[in-house]
Design a protein around this ligand. Structure first.
Ligand code: NAD
Length: 516
């Protein structure tokens, strides 16, 4: 008999209502409007949100620009204090917001909570950063001169986000942009407006606390625009938005990148991945099995860093791959709100059909497919639960070269390390990668200039599940952007080089003479 969701849609809608009330969202904001919000847990409707028109959206961006003009004058550590308060709001509401993420996106409970933890972590990082927006002092060739660089706020930071990390991606950008002195305009995924509403309500609570304590957070410091692609385009085309950080498919980046370039605005693009791992002869296979299972099946394969290609050395293929196949056959699929389940639903029917098309193409290319079938769950006829698919395939062709945003792992056998490195890099995307090995030479080569060509390269952990301390992003069709930790903050500021003459003469650089 089919497994059941113990949560009927009406119960979920009721829970969403309670959660949003607790998080401070006005009822009419999620009960009125043309944009229907569904939970992938049942496929049923859990809310409705009003979409904004293009003219109104443009007005909101103008207001955000006015807010930026004030916010840029607030000293950075005070801006950090604001982000600290916002982080406190997130800590207080972690359970509620995490639960809402699970309901709106279908992530298992611990991953919903993990997403909010990631927001808290980036706030903490940004608070420290607010006292560390360092520029350099630079040696000058002229006497009695000083040269330095200053970092200044940039303006309105536009944020376009994808459904699969509905709030963490916004927070990565927002926390940094705020301490850098920018205001924010966010176009969340049309599939996840409720978590955006909740996040915005927590933001407004932090604004009130900050201002009650004598702070100076302007009206309209952060705004949310609900709508689809057309509203994203308003943000992309608006002259008062000098930076757009856009997370989503490569197709989206291909549309957004040139539009931004045409008006010389900055693009921070975080696009699709086609992430691989190499399992070398000396790998610790118990650890590898766990690493591969989480990276490939976790979040139902709907992470940009999900493991999609696995290269297994021929000497261990027959001992490792059957174990992996058993893990695929036994992983628990079902409602993400029920403790025992590790794999929740796909976001919608379109994702399911894309997965089936990829599996058909893989079969046609000679792949041996295990899994991938839809799992019927009682009380959830409109939901799309699938058993994660493992495809043994001889060559890296057809669907293996593309990102299908679903749990499909293509498994290939390799013999030669140099050849597998080449195959590893022979896809258009360049986000995340890993090698499982205990051979120092292989590990270091994988991380070296002739190794992985990705923005993230790991040893003995899977490609998915990044910490906020490092810069996050990838090369090639992944878009080249970096956000989150390290020095990613520099993208959110403008740099000025300053030369100061404290002498009484005016020597020119390069010894140029110009005496009038
Ligand atoms: P999507 O590209 O369909 O949509 C992403 C966002 O872009 C949405 O808000 C959408 O409304 C907006 N958008 C789409 N076309 C636009 C246009 N022409 N102009 C302006 N805005 C536009 O992606 P999705 O299905 O929500 O998310 C899945 C994809 O996102 C996958 O490819 C995944 O790899 C990628 N992703 C990447 C990262 C990363 O950091 N590299 C993180 C998460 C997701």
């Amino acid at each position: 008999s089919a497994p059941q969701t113990h949560t009927a849609n009406a119960d979920l809608a009721g829970e969403v209502d309670r959660l949003l009330a607790e998080l401070g969202v006005k009822r009419s904001d999620y009960t009125e409007g043309a944009l229907m919000v569904r939970t992938p847990i049942t496929g049923g409707i859990i809310g409705r949100v009003a979409e904004i028109g293009a003219t109104e959206a443009s007005g909101v961006i103008d207001q955000a620009h006015a807010a930026y003009l004030g916010w840029r004058l607030v000293p950075p550590p005070k801006r950090g204090e604001f982000v600290r308060l916002f982080g406190e709001e997130l800590r207080t509401s972690k359970e509620a917001l995490g639960r809402l993420v699970s309901i709106e996106v279908g992530k298992i409970v611990s991953e919903g909570l993990g997403e909010v933890q990631e927001m808290i972590d980036i706030c903490d990082f940004a608070v420290g950063l607010s006292r560390q927006l360092y520029g350099l002092t630079i040696a000058t060739e002229r006497g009695e001169h000083r040269m330095m660089e200053s970092w200044h706020p940039l303006g309105v930071t536009g944020i376009i986000s994808a459904f699969n990390f509905p709030v963490a991606v916004w927070a990565w950008n927002a926390a940094l942009a705020l301490v850098c002195g920018n205001s924010l305009v966010w176009k969340p995924s049309e599939k996840t407006p409720l978590t955006a509403l909740a996040t915005h309500a927590l933001f407004e609570r932090a604004v009130n606390r900050f201002n009650e304590a004598g702070g100076d957070a302007p009206q309209g410091l952060a705004a949310v625009l609900f709508g689809g692609r057309e509203i994203g385009e308003v943000l992309v085309d608006h002259a008062k938005v000098p930076l757009v950080s856009a997370t989503g498919s490569t197709a989206m980046g291909r549309a957004v990148g040139p539009r931004l370039a045409s008006r010389f605005a900055r693009a921070l693009l975080e696009l699709g991945g086609n992430n691989a791992a190499i399992v070398a002869p000396t790998a610790d296979l118990d650890l590898t099995l766990r690493g591969v299972a989480f990276a490939a099946m976790g979040t139902a394969g709907q992470r940009c860093t999900t493991l999609r290609r696995l290269f297994v050395h021929e000497s261990i293929y027959d001992s490792f791959v059957p174990r992996l196949k058993r893990a695929y056959a036994s992983v628990t699929v079902g409602s993400p709100l029920e403790g025992g389940n590790l794999v929740g639903p796909l976001i919608d029917g379109a994702a399911y059909h894309a997965m089936q098309r990829a599996l058909e193409a893989a079969s046609a290319a000679g792949g041996q497919v295990q899994g991938g079938e839809r799992i019927a769950i009682e009380g959830a006829a409109d939901a799309y639960y699938v058993r994660p698919a493992l495809v043994e395939i001889a060559a890296q062709t057809g669907p293996v070269e593309h990102e299908t945003f679903a749990p499909i792992l293509y498994v290939m056998k390799y013999r030669d390390f140099d050849a597998v490195l080449e195959l590893h890099n022979a896809v258009p995307q360049g986000l995340s990668s890993s090698i499982f090995t205990n051979d120092l030479r292989e590990a270091e080569t994988f991380l070296s200039a002739r190794g992985s060509d990705c923005g993230i390269a790991n040893v003995n952990i899977g490609p998915s599940g990044a910490e906020i301390g490092g810069a996050f992003g990838g090369e090639k069709e992944t878009g080249g952007g970096r956000e989150s930790g390290s020095d990613a903050w520099k993208t959110y500021m403008r740099r000025a080089t300053n030369t100061i003459n404290y002498g009484r003469t005016l020597p020119l650089a390069q010894g140029v003479k110009f005496d009038v």
